[in-house]
Design a protein around this ligand. Structure first.
Ligand code: ZN
Length: 257
């Protein structure tokens, strides 16, 4: 990442809250290498193609996020066609589970460890309170544990906060082969990915894709203490990497008054 000056660094990687700058949770965790990403880029014609897919897919994810959060806020949002199947899957989930949101899209701050972030949702789910993070990915990745642990650790600074669970609610949509081979096709950011069913040789079935079907998966994340340690370790490494900029932020302003 290239930063043109300290202001650019501050706005790109953090938040200013009550006059104090804090690095953002998602910036901090970006220091962790993601080897699967190398393969993703390597399989595409160019880096720019990868970036275009990533950006378009992030846009689609944001749209689904906004729709679901509006539903959680009891607003009656217009449901865009492009995310209708996943939204329907979410509404189904909401019918089958008791979900009482307490905070949605809330800025959280750790004064103890000096970081900030935006949490999707603090909710009571089937009688238990916890951080609920909404993902629109193909799978639930271990990295999500580091992000949600950071939110829980910050929330714990409030002495009246009870002990918290962590959940990932993954929403997605894909198509299945109607010839019955069990293969699955998912289109994200204009990129088509086919996951053949186990034992199916891709070339043997001239797949015919059915309607878009929404998917919902809820998973509780275990081992919070381990994830908090990993997050704080990532933060130490992130600060090491950005020492040049951080020193300029911490330095007392010389020209003020
Ligand atoms: Zn097929």
């Amino acid at each position: 990442m290239f930063y043109s000056n300290v202001e650019n660094f501050k706005t790109t990687t953090g938040y200013e809250i009550d006059g104090i700058w804090y690095p953002r949770v998602t910036s901090i965790i970006s220091i962790k290498a993601k080897p699967a990403l190398y393969k993703y880029y390597a399989d595409l014609p160019s880096f720019a193609a990868g970036e275009a897919i990533k950006n378009k897919s992030a846009e689609e994810g944001t749209l689904l996020h906004e729709t679901v959060e509006a539903i959680l806020k009891n607003e009656q949002p217009a449901i865009p066609d492009s995310v209708a199947p996943a939204t329907a899957a979410f509404l189904d989930f909401k019918k089958q589970n008791e979900i009482i949101p307490q905070q949605i899209e809330t800025r959280i701050v750790s004064k103890k460890h000096h970081y900030a972030g935006t949490m999707d949702c603090l909710a009571e789910l089937n009688g238990q309170l916890g951080v609920l993070d909404i993902k629109t990915s193909y799978a639930i990745y271990r990295d999500y544990g580091i992000q949600t642990a950071a939110y829980v650790e910050a929330l714990r600074e409030n002495p009246s906060m009870p002990s918290l669970k962590r959940w990932i609610l993954r929403l997605d949509q894909s198509r299945f082969c109607i010839r019955g081979c069990g293969s699955k096709m998912r289109e994200k950011g204009g990129n088509i990915k086919i996951r053949p069913a186990k034992g199916v040789v891709a070339s043997r079935c001239p797949h015919v894709w059915g309607e878009l079907i929404g998917e919902v998966e809820l998973r509780e994340l275990p081992d919070i203490e381990k994830d908090i340690s990993a997050f704080l370790a990532a933060k130490t490494l992130w600060e090491w990497e950005h020492d040049y900029w951080l020193r300029q932020i911490l330095k007392p302003k010389q020209n003020s008054r």
